[in-house]
Ligand binder design. Structure first.
Ligand SMILES: [Zn+2]
Length: 311
């Protein structure tokens, strides 16, 4: 969908950036501007400033800046069109209808977050379930993963069998559709539906706000593929996400640097040694988005890859 440029100008002119941000990040008046601790990087003293005159925000700590549309895109992770629509609605403006190009993303992602959250709880419960957890626990012990690390990273287990998750979580066509969109289940060409992840250790991949957006699943033995990731979805673009970023930002001391490693297990192993600044790309090369994202939080990046082509 294309929105005319002058309509975007009008939406911005009629939007209240201070109110928009204040509803999400409490602001305090300071002179003619407003300030807060920046929502885009960790800090203890406010360096995030909002100018009601310019309708512009800027962080002197991490350099995040922009207008109301930028804020919704960055903070709520909205697509551009959805951000404009949200602001238009708040300003009681009708978005002019122009021909769509068929690539409009579905606006409502909440059902996907919900089903992924349920799946994460389900997988964690299975790791505690004595009737299925002997092998996964043994595997994690073998890899010297402590129970506190398992808890921090919300590690779970997808049991053997084709429809464990499906029968536990899916009771309607709507739920089935959401689970398909979120990549939790697969439909084959005979319309049969089954669990994507079977007999795997499950690592939830979380966004910066801690919401599960995808999973990585590792086999217990030598089966292939060793790692299976969720497919791309409206919530998950592999080339943008970093495993462990949320956990690193949650740790006691905000990271001064990041170590970019290859896998989930590296991130967790380092965290267990109190090196809480490791993140992993998800089977993709390090992208511009990854690097920009990390530089928001820390000025130094260290790459630590194997010497193969992917590295
Ligand atoms: Zn900042």
């Amino acid at each position: 969908m294309q929105i005319p440029e002058d309509f975007i100008e009008e939406v911005l002119a009629r939007s209240d950036l201070v109110g928009l941000i204040h509803a999400r990040v409490p602001l305090r008046r300071s002179g003619k501007n407003y300030s807060a601790c920046c929502p885009f990087h960790k800090e203890k003293t406010p360096s995030f400033s909002v100018s009601p005159d310019k309708q512009f925000y800027h962080c002197f700590g991490c350099g995040a800046s922009g207008n109301a549309i930028t804020f919704l895109r960055e903070y709520e992770r909205m697509h551009f069109v959805d951000a404009v629509k949200t602001l238009a609605q708040a300003a009681s403006l009708q978005v002019p209808s122009t021909p769509t190009h068929g690539n409009e993303k579905k606006a409502n992602t909440r059902p996907l977050f919900d089903i992924l959250d349920k799946a994460q709880s389900y997988y964690c419960e299975q790791l505690k379930n004595p009737s299925v957890n002997k092998r996964p626990i043994q595997y994690l012990k073998g890899r010297q993963i402590t129970s506190s690390a398992a808890k921090e990273f919300a590690i779970g287990y997808a049991p053997q069998g084709w429809d464990n998750l499906k029968s536990a979580l899916i009771h309607s066509n709507k739920e089935s559709e959401n689970a398909l969109d979120a990549g939790l289940i697969v439909q084959n060409d005979k319309q049969r539906i089954y669990d994507r992840f079977r007999d795997r250790i499950m690592f939830p991949i979380r966004d910066q706000r801690g919401r599960t957006i995808a999973f990585g699943g590792r086999v217990l033995g030598d089966d292939k593929p060793k790692y299976l990731n969720s497919p791309e979805s409206p919530l998950f673009q592999k080339g943008n996400e970093l495993y462990g970023l949320y956990e690193a930002l949650q740790s006691r001391q905000s990271p001064k640097k990041f170590l970019i490693v290859e896998g989930y297990m590296d991130v967790i192993a380092l965290a267990q040694h109190d090196l809480r600044f490791a993140v992993a790309t998800l089977g993709t090369a390090t992208s511009k988005v990854h690097i920009e994202r990390l530089f928001r939080y820390a000025p130094e990046l260290i790459f630590c890859f194997d010497g193969d082509d992917a590295g």
